[in-house]
Design a protein around this ligand. Structure first.
Ligand code: NAD
Length: 261
């Protein structure tokens, strides 16, 4: 628990399931006020709100498409109107689909880049303008991926979007460091969420993925949420521009295990 987080207000995009819901719940346990954004799954968002309230925090669910300027502005307005301000903005919403690059429809490319990268830009821009206008310190957390570093054939648009998030986060972290606005990324590895549900339902695919993780297990959303809580808190007050990998060692080149290579 991080006592400085109590009564601070966070916006979490894509909070209706998976990692976003886990961060919502964790922020509730930290007694924070949370704006839980959802795109289409209102029931999922209401469930996240209930979990936050049960844990001792305050919360509202707000519909918005993070790929639009109106969407992210709606989220900020809701935080200010309901909770009187905003301290932490978590750009978590994301999507992926598998397709060989030579067959990838332009529409799929545009959609993934719009949510995963443009959404991060728009959320960050809105948060920055708010922090600067209030002359207050700020905290932005971007959900990247191990695929900001590891190439992922047949997911080129996803990898490109997360590679973009890496340099966008690093660049903006440097740009606003002197204003006391910290911007960091989290790089999850293989986490047990709906985005992976189909894959992990297949025992062979689950085993293949486990084999790519030095710790030999799939991560839990709560383990990613723990990283978000630390980055949101003052305990990480001198940390900006990093990607905190939460991946069981996936980025450590596991193919070299046991002296191979
Ligand atoms: P998920 O599919 O369970 O949740 C993604 C959320 O994003 C959903 O709530 C969805 O509604 C929301 N979303 C999608 N488009 C949106 C839009 N236009 N506006 C608002 N919300 C939108 O996936 P997850 O596993 O919880 O992923 C969360 C983040 O973590 C994503 O950025 C993902 O790329 C990243 N990530 C996940 C893993 C993993 O193994 N699960 C690994 C690396 C990175």
């Amino acid at each position: 628990m991080y006592t400085d987080l109590k009564n601070r207000t966070a916006i979490i995009t894509g909070g209706s399931k998976g990692i976003g819901t886990a961060i919502s719940k964790r922020f509730g346990e930290e007694k924070m006020n949370v704006v839980v954004n959802y795109h289409s799954d209102e029931a999922g968002a209401q469930e996240a709100v209930a979990q936050i309230q049960q844990a001792g925090g305050k919360a509202i669910a707000v519909q918005a498409d993070v790929g639009t300027e109106e969407g992210v502005q709606t989220l900020l307005d809701a935080a200010v109107q309901t909770f009187g301000g905003m301290d932490v903005w978590v750009n978590n919403a994301g999507m992926e689909n598998q397709m060989p690059t030579h067959q990838l429809p332009l529409e799929d490319w545009k959609k993934v880049v719009e949510v995963n990268l443009t959404g991060v830009f728009l959320g960050t821009k809105t948060a920055l303008n708010y922090f600067l206008s209030q002359e207050k310190k700020g905290n932005i957390i971007n959900m990247s991926s191990v695929h900001e570093q590891i190439p992922w054939p047949t997911f080129a648009h996803y990898a490109a979007s997360k590679g973009g998030v890496k340099l966008f986060s690093e660049t903006t972290a440097m740009e606003y460091a002197a204003r006391n606005i910290r911007i960091n990324s989290i790089g999850p590895g293989a986490i047990n969420t709906p985005i992976n549900a189909q894959k992990f339902a297949d025992p062979e695919k689950l085993e293949t993925t486990r084999g790519m993780v030095p710790m030999k297990r799939i991560g839990e959303p709560s383990e990613v949420a723990a990283a978000a809580a630390w980055l949101a808190s003052d305990e990480s007050s001198y940390v900006t521009g990093i990607t905190l990998f939460v991946d069981g060692g996936m980025t450590l080149y596991p193919a070299f295990q046991d002296g191979k290579g």
